[in-house]
Design a protein around this ligand. Sequence first.
Ligand SMILES: [Zn+2]
Length: 103
Amino acid sequence: MAIITCPGCDRDVWDGEESCPTCSYALKESTNKVNMELFVSLKKRLVLLSAVAGSCLFALLVSMVRPPDGGFGTPVIIVGLIYLATLLARVSAKKQLADLEED
Ligand SMILES: [Zn+2]
C-alpha cells in the first residue's frame, strides 16, 4: 500500500481505499483517470519545452545577428545544447502522448 494524492481534494489517502474518506472521490474507478493525469502532465511538459526551445532559438538567432564581442563563445554553445535537449525531450513526450492516445 502506498499513499496517493486524492484527485478530488488533494489530500493524502491510501491507494487501497475504494473512495476518499474526506471527499468520497471514487479512487478505484479505472486507470483512465491515471492516464488522463499523465496526459495532462505530458501536455504541460510539451508547452514548457516549447517555451524553453523558443527562448533558446530566439537567443541563438539574436546572437547570430549580433555576435557577442569575441564571436560565438561558450554561452552560445550551451544555449544550442539546451535547445537540442529540449527538442529531444519534446520528441519523447510527443511519442508518449501518441502511445497514450492509442490506448
Ligand atoms: Zn478526496
